[in-house]
Design a protein. Sequence first.
Lengths: 279, 258
Amino acid sequence: MIGIGLKTQHVAPLLAQPRVLDFVEVHAENYMVCGGPVLAQLERVRERFPLSIHGVGLSIGGEGALDRAHLERLAALLSRFQPHWFSEHLAWSRHGPACFNDLLPLPYDMQTLRRVCEHVDQVQARLGRRMLIENPATYLQCEASTLDEGAFLGEVVRRTGCGLLLDVSNAYVSAVNHGRDARCDIEALPLQAVGEIHLAGFHEDRDAAGEPLLVDAHGSPVDDAVWALYGAVVRRVGPAPTLIERDHDVPSLQSLCAEARRAERLMREAAARAREAAA
Amino acid sequence: MSAQATFAAALLHPEAPCPPGWRAHNGSDPGARFDVYRNNVVASLVEALADAFPVARELVGDPFFRAMARGFVMQHPPASPVLAEYGHGFAAFVDGFEPAASVPFLGDVARLERARVCAFHARDARPLPQEEIAAQLSNPAALVDARPGLHPSVQVVRSRYAIVSVWAAHQGDAALEHVDPWSPEAALVLRADDDVVVRRVPCATAAFVHRLVEGASLGQSMDAARSAAGDADDAFDLVASLAILVQHRAFIAWSASP
């Protein structure tokens, strides 16, 4: 299955053409409004496409309690639109009264693990469904971390029963930013729990030492290095619903669909290889 | 302070160093890496404001607007992760933003743009059929005590400046140089058929609609309109005011009893 992160400018052409995608994904917070054309549009989209709702504001890793009002709004949104998948991030994004509109990094230690698991339990209990948690793109390492990201997420999955949204681009970005091997990082993740895969473009910057610092910018096509990793992932875990994310310099629907079809080809090749190997 | 409190405070202070406890794998200055987070936070919120206030942005130019928006973001980060809700306090911030003092109507233009966003996302409601409104209006004796319900998107924005003309000029409706910004104007803002309408109305009509939105009766709203008209040139025209609301299908309910 292939899909794209849906931008409003693509809704009309998407609904006008024969179905070329298997699903679409939207950000939960963009639809937490009282009424109006935005919600009406999403109704029309979900009549044609299975929907994935991707949250960016729950602050699962926040030190404080989850924002109950936000969780209630999320529950109402999911109950209205009945998405096939709901996902959120291994990150925090609010502190006290302030929301930061970004996915901020966590220490990977036992205290954080317990808190994240409590929050995932709380969300899954309220929503009455399994959620997927996405591995983040990070730029700094926490000195207090005692686990690597793969082991941390593996424990979250084991303790809460949630699934993994494997963002291959984030894994690549983080691996480059922390001087690690992306394939090893991915191998350490709970791959048996992959429920969806994200692919997106990054922006290349430099850190204070002049070494590459990749920024998860969602403003360019998926990089070839990420496609190579993705090919390895689908050979390893089999086909999984795969989504192209693009939030800036958004190109035509056609060009996003072309990227999504590349993912479909790689999944098909992986399946063919698996059949050959079995024969 | 907790670790996240320190991190959060540093995000909103451009000069703050990378919070303690965070490092780069290669031992380089983590500040450059922390800046990625700070830039993501500030740039994405400035972008949200730039999208939500396009006319205010055109009035002062993109670089000036972004500098002003950055100031707002640092002082007033969003209280909700829903970005459609971000920007409520922006007009008041603009009013007090000293470098923008030479464009005194900037704050009210921002108020008008904020009202448009609120109208766009307001709750859905079915308009009252025209025949039903006609039936209610055909009984003049009951009108004073009647309480019409307006569509949740209906708002008025009143200003000492010609904000509707300035706004319209930026939609290509007229040339900005022909607009005299110093004459008071009022806007009726509402959503009809998925489109947000911005319509210039007399100040008295604005006062009338404002009271109706508050839930007042027609009689109470007419009183407010007449006292608003007292200090303006145009007398209150009830029929014309009702006609505007009917034309934009703004009535959703009509309670005849007091």
